[in-house]
Structures are given as C-alpha cells and as structure tokens.
Design a protein around this ligand. Sequence first.
Ligand code: SF4
Length: 147
Amino acid sequence: MILVSACLVGLNTKYNGGNNFDDKIFELVKKGVAIPICPEQLGGLSTPRLPSEIINNKVYNKNNKDLTSNFVKGAEEVLKLAKELNIKIAILKSKSPSCGKGIIYDGTFSSNLTNGNGITTQLLIDNGIEVISSDDDKKIEELLNNI
Ligand code: SF4
C-alpha cells in the first residue's frame, strides 16, 4: 500500500479549495494500492484556508499566524496510519509545506523556492518511509510498472 497526497487524486483539499489532479496517481487509487491523505486537514485546518509556508522550521500562514502545531499534528496522524498499515512508500505533492520533498516555498510568499522538505515528508523520512515527489515522473513511472 502507498500513501498519496489527497489533492493529487482530485480531492479538493488544497488551501484554495482546489486540487492537483494527476491521472497516474489516481490510477494507483483505482487499482486499490494507494490511500489518499491530506496532512493539513488531518491537522485540523479548514478548507479553503490561507496559504502557509515554512520559515526557520516553523509554519506560518500568510497572515503570519503560527500554525506549526497543526502541521505537526497532521504529520503525526499520517505517520500513525503509515505505521498501522506498514506503509513504506508515499507519493506527496511537490513544494507544499506539508508534502514537499527536496524543494519547498521559501517562506516569503513570493513563489520563490528553497531546498527543504515539508513537515509530513520530513517525519515520514525520519521514520524510514520513502517519499517520492509528485514531480518525480521517472520514479512514479517505475512504481506503476512494478504494480
Ligand atoms: S497538505 Fe498535502 S495533501 Fe493536503 S492539500 Fe496540501 S499538498 Fe495536498
């Protein structure tokens, strides 16, 4: 079983009430091998909500409200599910302060990017779960071919 960001399979969990539908990821759910999760909703945040970005290891929304505890709670919920289901792989949405892998927005709310992982991505990696970015077409293709 694989965890996937809920917004990638068309669920309107994104901060603006939209989604990031990706037909390849949706295929995994249709095949019954992937479970959609949204860490920000699991952390108690509403949808739609203001965008948030990571600054110095804390997460603030665009109104400068510290939402770190929500992001950490959401990440812990995702990890709990991953452990209960013995999940070893997650495909998470690129650049997000929860789900981004390797590259995230830099905290200035100006579309600039910086190196780093989202809060959920980091917690999963720290617990031995492989996280694949939704932008990593090659790895996702390989995964699909092996299912
Ligand atoms: S937290 Fe992750 S799953 Fe939820 S909307 Fe943001 S990128 Fe998608």
